[in-house]
Design a protein around this ligand. Structure first.
Ligand code: ASP
Length: 422
């Protein structure tokens, strides 16, 4: 049986077991025991195994990718295409979200008593998140921090500064092309070794994926407030419809037009990536799978996957940007605040920018979303309204986040004259 079939079975069984225990014995001690001592720790161990390898993988694959691209002109060209693609496609995603939220107006469907109940239930969590979001630096300092004074310090924290790591890795890659070949060669060999080691370890970790995915999905669904899903139904429908349109409407066009590849074949080849992104809710944790699937199943050359995909996992989050746009407008509708077209354009811009700054981890976008809310004068505590269902939306938005990176790598590969594997 193929790996993605096994993961898929893990996902379905996890969901069936989780949903039924949620309905049958929601607060039984045995369920709490299972969550606390079995599924939560096992799910976390699986996630940690994947995330543990992200820093060495980003460093090795990006500096190697840059070194293999070789000349600076070519690097500039590939870099320009990649960044432009990220920006344009992310803007398309937010626009889809904003059009839908203006048409459907989910905020008008939220009963006043549900609103008050949610605001009180999740108040504590919202206040905590608001405080942590105040510590998030966003603005000119974000730009300055991209160039790390101390690269080790930039990564040695719970939420590593991925943009700084990316900058450092690119610079090392460039320098490798500028020193004498004889001197560069041993370093390149080492980087190749690190790259291979990380992929082997990830491959071992992915053997656990069916069980890890079962545990992760069980933990989420057995605790999930399904009544909330109904209360926030129209908002959920708007987000999911937007994500689906982007994933199954925009990407196939991009794949067909820019990568000249059959979209159905494309989706079949990236199934494992979609399942991993959905169950881990993390672009970073999915990155190793994204890289190996793009190389092995789609035949994208390694200097392009090595360059585009680590960049994409950090900077290209189409699903997140769409979700942010919809959520800001939804909360504005809930609070009866009318956002003019001008302010909505600011929301588009801020959603694109904050999606670039979002960490590729579960709920990585929430602190930045709070910042956007404050910026357009919507009460930040309003985030409480959506916190209860965020994990499920997070799982869904992470899928277009990573698939968007692969569509970009496919486009760059084709435009550089490489055909994808048929
Ligand atoms: N979980 C998302 C990701 O890793 C980020 C977010 O939207 O919170 O891509």
């Amino acid at each position: 049986m193929s790996r993605h079939s096994k993961i898929f079975i893990g996902l379905i069984l996890g969901a069936i077991a989780g949903v039924s225990s949620n309905f049958l014995f929601p607060s039984a001690p045995i369920l709490l025991f299972l969550q606390q001592y079995i599924t939560d720790p096992f799910g976390k161990i699986f996630l940690n195994l994947l995330i543990m390898m992200v820093i060495p993988l980003v460093f090795a694959s990006l500096s190697l990718g840059v070194a293999q691209i070789g000349d600076l002109k070519k690097l500039g060209r590939i870099g320009f295409k990649t960044i432009m693609y990220f920006l344009i496609v992310t803007t398309i995603a937010v626009t889809i979200g904003l059009v839908l939220v203006n048409l459907i107006r989910p905020g008008d469907y939220l009963p006043a008593e549900t609103k008050t109940k949610l605001l009180t239930t999740y108040k504590g969590q919202a206040v905590e998140l608001k405080e942590s979001s105040e510590k998030v630096e966003f603005g000119i300092q974000t730009l300055v921090n991209i160039i790390p004074r101390n690269p080790a310090a930039a990564i040695a924290k719970p939420n590593p500064d991925m943009l700084a790591l990316i900058f450092f890795s690119i610079i090392i890659g460039i320098a490798l092309t500028l020193i004498h070949e004889e001197k560069a060669k041993p370093i390149i060999n080492i980087l190749e070794g690190i790259n291979d080691i990380t992929l082997v370890i990830i491959n071992m970790a992915m053997k656990l994926a069916p069980y890890g995915v079962f545990a992760l999905i069980f933990s989420v669904t057995s605790r999930f407030g399904f009544d909330l899903l109904i209360a926030l139904g129209m908002y959920v429908v708007t987000v999911l419809l937007g994500l689906a349109l982007h994933l199954f409407g925009v990407y196939p066009i991009l794949i067909k037009v820019f990568a000249k590849y059959n979209p159905i074949l494309f989706f079949r080849r990236v199934e494992t990536v979609m399942l991993t992104a959905f169950s881990t809710s993390s672009s970073n944790a999915t990155l190793p799978t994204t890289i190996s699937v793009s190389k092995e199943n789609l035949g994208i050359p390694s200097h392009i996957t090595g360059f585009v995909l680590p960049l994409g996992a950090t900077m290209n989050m189409n699903g997140t940007a769409l979700f942010e746009g919809v959520t800001v407008l939804f909360l504005a509708q809930v609070f009866g605040i009318n956002l003019s077209l001008g302010v909505q354009l600011i929301v588009v811009l801020m959603s694109v920018l904050t999606a670039i700054g979002t960490a590729g981890v579960p709920s990585g976008s929430i602190p930045l979303l709070i910042m956007v809310l404050t910026m357009v004068n919507i009460p930040a505590e309003g985030i409480a309204i959506i916190l209860g269902i965020d994990r499920v939306l997070d799982m869904c938005r992470t899928v277009p986040n990573v698939i968007g990176d692969i569509t970009c790598a496919a486009y760059v590969a084709k435009s550089e004259g490489y055909d994808l594997k048929l």
